[in-house]
Write a protein that binds this ligand. Structure first.
Ligand code: CMC
Length: 429
């Protein structure tokens, strides 16, 4: 049986049958509903895309009510425990798990594209001494489009593949250099003997030692965090990548737009905001006053709430476990106590319970990052490195999807009309 929706337009008394496919109606079908022949068709008003599907996607499945997150059908819990970030990146980009040969070739390709052109280094060195690393990352990724002008040929599959490899490979290099820049330390070149995440830690922290050997527990924890952030279907930054990518621009420019979106405090910037919030609270005794402030609408409890997860965020559960592994190496972060107490109080408080606000991925990730001795400005950079394969998998899906068009939402115009213009010379006379 074909599913459909019958709509009666009370302005005209006319009825319309609108087909339902995959639980959705096509907004264009509503456009056929008109108050008169000359009137514009009916449109939907949906600021923030709260109930609008913008694409079909086979990358990531989320059931927010049940707290389910799957990449290409595989539960996040299994991937976080048994896989590696590069294998997950392969899965997201290619749509299936790699064979041994495919895995080895993929790791080899990514590893041998970690270096960047020396001019990239020079312009990164031109940033102000206190430049935010996310601003540096966004600008450098965008600038890569000028180093790889062939990336504009997005219709060629092999060409898309090489840009995807380059971006996943170079993101840790650019991220690490943004970090070293603020510290006034020399940039460290990639060490291709190390794993993806081990090399990233080396580029971040290596000084005069000939080889940087990070504690394998820290490498594993950071790799897991990258896995947890690798994709999250149509979130703000992915939507930015898709929206900008829909103009058929090169993938570096599209991903730079995604980095810009991720920079914001309501998205990837939340873990930085969580840390600042915990430091400001400073003491368990200050928590009740802080919670009262949140409930009166003065501010938000950062790291709580999610547009999609209304029960719990499965990534938060895995991160809580990773906290234990990291703190075993680094010692417990004193802010953990405040975070745990805050969580306990918030989970029992009617304000948060009623609004179904639970800790999200960012509530605990900042504590782990701080244990690594990352300054808060770096947290979103780490998120961006993790999210890159997801952005690219979604971008590939977009550019090969025949149904996609350039993104161009409608508006409801609320301004003046047909005013008469008086030239400045007369208005100011
Ligand atoms: N603290 C206090 N109240 C909140 C919070 C919060 N963190 N989040 C939502 N609310 C309240 C909000 O005031 C509103 O209350 P009311 O109905 O009385 O007006 C209600 O809950 C619904 O909020 P909303 O803003 O309509 O929800 P949304 O789906 O538009 O926003 C969110 C989702 C994640 C932007 C929001 O929960 C938030 O700002 N959280 C804090 C920032 C944060 O942790 N962001 C990281 C998200 S996870 C990582 C990522 O994917 O980027």
């Amino acid at each position: 049986m074909t599913e459909s929706l019958t709509v009666r337009d009370n302005r005209t008394g006319q009825e319309y049958d609108v087909p339902i496919t995959d639980g959705t109606i096509r907004a264009a079908d509503l456009g056929k509903i008109k108050a008169s022949d000359e009137a514009p068709g009916l449109a939907v008003y949906d600021p923030g895309f709260v109930n609008t599907a913008s694409c079909r996607s086979a990358v990531t499945y989320i059931d927010g009510d049940k707290g389910i997150l799957e990449y290409r059908g595989y539960p996040i819990e299994q991937l976080a425990e048994h896989s590696s970030f590069l294998e997950v990146a392969y899965l997201l980009v290619h749509g299936h798990l790699p064979t041994k040969e495919q895995h080895d070739a993929w790791v080899h390709e990514i590893t041998y594209h970690t270096f960047v052109h020396e001019n990239v280094k020079s312009f990164m060195q031109g940033f102000r001494y206190d430049a935010h690393p996310m601003g540096m990352l966004m600008a450098s990724v965008g600038a890569l489009s000028t180093f790889y002008p062939e990336s504009r040929d997005i219709s060629d599959e092999q060409n898309r593949h090489i840009q995807i490899v380059r971006m996943i490979a170079k993101m840790p290099t650019l991220g690490a250099w943004s970090f070293r820049h603020a510290q006034g330390k020399p940039y460290v070149y990639p060490d291709n003997d190390l794993s993806y995440t081990g090399n990233f830690l080396s580029m971040l922290f290596k000084m005069s030692e000939s080889k940087f050997d990070a504690d394998p527990r820290l490498v594993k924890a950071l790799d897991t965090l990258f896995i947890l952030h690798a994709d999250h279907e149509q979130n703000c930054s992915t939507n930015a990548v898709r929206s900008v990518g829909s103009s058929q621009v090169d993938p570096y420019s599209a991903v730079a737009a995604g980095i810009g979106a991720l920079y914001g405090p309501l998205h990837g910037g939340a873990n930085e905001a969580v840390l600042r919030m915990l430091k400001r609270i400073g003491n368990k005794s200050e928590i009740p006053a802080f919670i009262e402030g949140v409930k009166s609408g003065n501010e938000r409890l950062m790291g709580f709430g999610h547009r999609v997860y209304k029960n719990y965020d499965p990534r938060a559960t895995i991160i809580k476990k990773a906290c234990d592994d990291v703190f075993e190496v680094t010692g417990v972060n004193p802010l953990l106590e405040i975070a745990q107490e805050l969580e306990k109080i918030a989970l029992e408080d009617e304000y948060f319970v009623k609004r179904r606000l639970y800790p999200n991925v960012d509530f605990y990730s900042g504590l782990i990052y701080e244990a690594f001795q990352f300054p808060p400005e770096m947290f979103t950079v780490l998120f961006a490195i993790g999210r890159t394969p997801g952005w690219l998998a979604q971008w590939s899906e977009l550019v090969t999807d025949k149904e996609q068009k350039i993104a161009r939402p409608k508006q409801i115009y609320t301004g003046d009309r047909t005013l008469q213009f008086t030239p400045a010379s007369e208005r100011w006379a």
